[in-house]
Write a protein that binds this ligand. Structure first.
Ligand code: C2E
Ligand code: MG
Ligand code: MG
Ligand code: MG
Length: 287
């Protein structure tokens, strides 16, 4: 249809823009309510030690259960939450939920699991960010070593003196800082050394075509080797096949995450599966 004539294409384009604007408006109006009406839920995706197969922890991934539209994935609303500033209260809520989940798992004797939270750069514009993370850890009585924050490359790239200071304060609370989606932005490993980063997560785009894509395999093994030289731990995200797992294990990648092991699951499902397959990682096996 679209290629019938140029005029039609322009019309389709305009309609697409309108649809996008309407969608944004829809998200903006509904997201405010979502937080207060308990429509948001945190899902958890397990992270495993690739050497031992031991469960080390999980990543908190936000889900929105809209009463009419059903489940909405973060890619469809996080950017609007950032633009409107709603990411700040939502982000604090995620930190609290995640801390409670790790605490609850420990309380029922199912292990000391580290929980990772995604922070968007916008959250660093909140002068209260570090104070609120510290307050939540304290109120929920969670060992800070069990909390990991996943940051984006753009945060480091655009880091002001203020951001640098916030990262230093977060680090000195005793938590772990990870660089998410490594390789998709413009930062380099040497750049990472300027910030108190402990972990890098290789982006799924480098993993997905292993073992067919020779370049991706070379990039991945080089990144792992260089990260280890810089004393950084490496997580591979998006592992879906045994071949990918085998390759990453041979390259001594430390930690893995992906559909091969588990999709993101609700807190209840996580606890149910831990009851069936108990694991109790020791402190020295943690990431
Ligand atoms: P991310 O932090 O890079 O998370 C990984 C994404 O890849 C998740 O998508 C996860 O479900 C998906 N994934 C994991 N393993 C596999 C796999 O084997 N195959 C495939 N195809 N996908 C896999 P999700 O949950 O839709 O989240 C998308 C992004 O939204 C996240 O990317 C993160 O940047 C953002 N996000 C999620 N929750 C939050 C949050 O609480 N706060 C902020 N600021 N951002 C969040
Ligand atoms: Mg992440
Ligand atoms: Mg990622
Ligand atoms: Mg991502």
């Amino acid at each position: 249809k679209a290629k019938a004539n140029g005029k039609h294409q322009v019309q389709l384009f305009t309609e697409a823009l309108n649809a996008e604007a309407n969608y944004k408006l829809f998200v903006e109006n509904n997201l405010r309510r979502a937080l207060t009406q308990n429509e948001l839920e945190v899902f958890y995706q397990p992270k495993l030690c690739l050497k031992s197969g031991q469960l080390l922890g999980m990543e908190a991934l936000l889900r929105w259960q809209h009463p009419e539209k059903g489940m909405i994935r973060p890619d469809q609303f996080i950017s609007v939450a950032e633009e409107t500033g709603l990411i700040i209260p939502i982000g604090k809520w995620v930190v609290r939920q995640a801390c409670r989940m790790s605490k609850q798992i420990a309380a029922i004797g199912l292990g000391q699991l580290q929980v990772a939270i995604n922070l968007s750069p916008k959250q660093f514009s909140d002068p209260d960010l570090v104070g609120s993370v510290a307050a939540i850890l304290n109120e929920e009585q969670l060992d800070p070593r069990l909390l990991e924050l996943e940051l984006t490359e753009s945060l480091l790239l655009e880091a002001t003196e203020d951001t640098r200071h916030q990262l230093g304060r977060l680090k000195s609370l005793g938590l772990t800082l990870a660089m998410d989606d490594f390789g998709t932005g413009y930062s380099s490993l040497s750049y990472l050394k300027k910030f108190p980063i402990d972990v890098i997560k290789i982006d799924r785009s480098f993993i997905k075509d292993i073992p067919d894509n020779q370049d991706d395999m070379e990039i991945t093994s080089a990144v792992i080797a260089m990260a280890h030289n810089l004393k950084l731990k490496v997580v591979a995200e998006g592992i879906e096949t045994g071949a990918q797992l085998g390759f990453l294990r041979r390259q001594q990648c430390d930690v893995g995450q992906g559909y091969l092991f588990d999709k993101p699951i609700s807190g209840r499902e996580l606890i149910d599966s831990l009851r069936r397959y108990p694991c109790r990682p020791q402190a020295d096996q943690r990431l």
